[in-house]
Design a protein around this ligand. Structure first.
Ligand code: LLP
Length: 383
């Protein structure tokens, strides 16, 4: 039996809960991204933080995307998966010594630098190794992404990046650091952004910042506008792809790229969210006084987004065709936030039914924990 995209018969042999990845959908997404970004000559780096699954990464690398990493572990995983090191960017406010050294040894494309002390440490290690580190300055554009405050990053009060007020000092410092070379500037305003206006605002800000650097006589070859393109969590079956077309068009239309410049993106969620679902089994259906609870064997340890960000994931009973009924879908963890959805309409559910939590390919498996000494979720692929 297949319901929607799911080969349920095959699930009998797999222990729940597990992540199910539709590799066909991932490939379709990558083809779309390549086509649209390629038409403008844009470079897309995949943000490994969204999902570093060992089957997914090589597919993304083979599609030709670069990698956006935020730790030495991610840089290593990217290199192992076949991403070319000239396409690896490495961001993070707190890069440890070994992480900087490993980035230098791998000759990565760029360190996205977030503070003056970091700049000095990179210069020191690069000097010791006799290499020149390529760096981009991460600048807070002070653009409001209008998304959940935990995933808004482009405002001045965030811990990330430089503010424009720091730039005078940085521009004076850079010529004294002989082992770092400034190649560009980097921005990121937040995540799960589906309205194109914040991206348009970012373009306007970047144009102003570009004018500033030009006036100072500083040449920038690369502009990196980060990631953040959101997906439609409500309708995964009807709208499985992010709106890449509008997204790239906004930058094409509003960003004044200089002829010698290349534009870079760091997309995570939009690449992998839709292709993943968390599959869990119904343990019990419990009658409350006013509510009915579907208690499943997955918990916030397997998918933390609803508990941490009040995130919405579409929920389906994939083994029932019975009439719809209203349920709260909850996990087994001893925390009230361990709830996947309230007042959801599911086909009438009984013990043993498979439940799919959709669009869980980004920030799902990678954020799983063993809290309560639970096992990490398994993985199963469409191919
Ligand atoms: N670049 C930088 C500098 C970032 O901080 C991020 C995400 C990305 C790129 C990729 O953003 P994306 O295209 O995936 O939106 N765990 C949260 C999301 C945290 C995002 C952190 N930064 C969630 O589950 O919603």
């Amino acid at each position: 039996m297949i319901k929607g995209i799911f080969p349920i018969d095959k699930f009998e042999t797999v222990e729940t809960p597990f992540y199910y990845y539709d590799l066909g959908l991932l490939k379709q997404t990558l083809t779309t991204v390549n086509l649209l970004a390629g038409s403008f000559g844009y470079h897309v780096h995949y943000a490994l933080k969204a999902n570093a699954n060992k089957r997914l990464l090589p597919l993304i690398a083979q599609a030709g995307l670069g990698a956006d990493c935020v730790s030495g572990g991610e840089v290593n995983a990217a290199v192992e998966a076949g991403f070319s090191s000239e396409k690896i960017v490495f961001a993070g406010v707190g890069k440890a010594d070994w992480e900087i050294k490993s980035g230098l040894d791998n000759h990565i494309f760029s360190f996205n630098v977030e503070s003056i002390p970091e700049l000095e440490v990179i210069n020191q290690f690069a000097t010791e190794k006799g290499v020149v580190a390529s760096i981009a300055l991460r600048i807070n554009p002070n653009v409001d992404a209008h998304t959940h405050h935990y995933i808004t990053t482009g405002l001045n009060e965030n811990k990330f990046g430089f503010n424009m007020e720091d730039m005078e000092k940085v521009i004076r410092l850079l010529p004294t650091l002989n082992h770092v070379q400034l190649i560009g500037i980097h921005f990121h305003i937040g995540s799960q952004i589906t309205d194109m206006v914040p991206f348009q605002n970012l373009c306007v800000r970047v144009n102003e910042i570009q004018d500033y650097f030009e006036a100072k006589g500083v040449r920038l070859d690369h502009i990196n506008v980060g990631g953040g393109l959101g997906i439609n969590y409500e309708h995964p079956n009807h709208i499985p792809l992010a709106d890449f077309e509008s997204y790239f068009n906004v930058f094409h239309k509003h960003l004044q790229l200089r002829p010698h410049q290349t534009l870079h993106f760091e997309l995570g969620r939009a690449i992998v969210a839709s292709c993943g679902s968390l599959i869990t089994k119904t343990l019990y259906v419990k009658e409350g006084t006013t509510k009915q609870f579907v208690i499943v064997d997955a918990g916030m340890t397997d998918l933390i987004r609803p508990a941490l960000y009040q995130a919405y994931h579409h929920i389906e009973n994939i083994s029932s065709e019975a009439p719809l009924k209203q349920y709260d879908v909850v996990g087994p963890i001893c925390e009230s936030s361990d709830t996947f959805g309230t007042d959801r309409m599911l086909n009438e559910t009984k013990r043993g039914d498979y439940i799919a939590l959709r669009s869980a390919g980004a920030y799902g498996e990678i954020m799983a924990s063993q809290y309560n000494l639970r096992k990490l979720p398994g993985v199963y692929y469409s191919e």
